[in-house]
Design a protein around this ligand. Sequence first.
Ligand code: HEM
Length: 126
Amino acid sequence: MVKKQRPVNLDLQTIQFPLPAIASILHRVSGVIMLVAVGILLWLLGTSLSSPEGFQQAAEIMTGFFAKFILWGILTALAYHICGGIRHMLMDFGFIDETLIVGRNSAAASMVITVILSILAGVLVW
Ligand code: HEM
C-alpha cells in the first residue's frame, strides 16, 4: 500500500545539510583548492630558484596583501584537508565509529581544529 503522506520537500532553501555532509563537501573543495595551490607554489618556487633576481621577484610578490591572503587561504585549505583526511582515515581503519553522533562530533572537531590552525597560519603569514 502506498503511504499517502510522504514527506515532500523540494524547496532547496529550507533543506539543511547535516554537519558531516558540510564537512564532506568542504573536504572535496579543499582538495581541489590544493590541486590549484600546488601549481601556484611550484611556480613561486621555480621563480625563486631561477636566479638571484628571480628570488628577489618572488620575495617581492610575497610582500603584497593579495599574495599573503592567497597563501593564507592555501594554508587554511591544507589544514582542513589534513584534519578531514585524518578523520576519514580514522573512520576507514575503524578507530572511530561511523555513527551519526560520532560523525557529527568528529566533523565539528575537525572544523574547530582548522579554525585554530587557520588563525596560526594568519599569524605566520602576516
Ligand atoms: C597536495 C596535496 C593533496 C591534494 C591535491 C589532495 C586532493 C584531494 C581531492 C581533490 C580529494 C577529493 C576526492 C573526491 O572527493 O572525490 C581528496 C580526498 C582525500 N584526501 Fe586529499 N589531497 C592532498 C593531500 C592529502 C593529505 C595530506 C591527506 C592526509 C591527511 C589527504 C587525505 C585525503 C583523503 C582521506 C581523501 C578521501 C576522502 C573521502 O573518502 O571522501 N589528502 N584529496
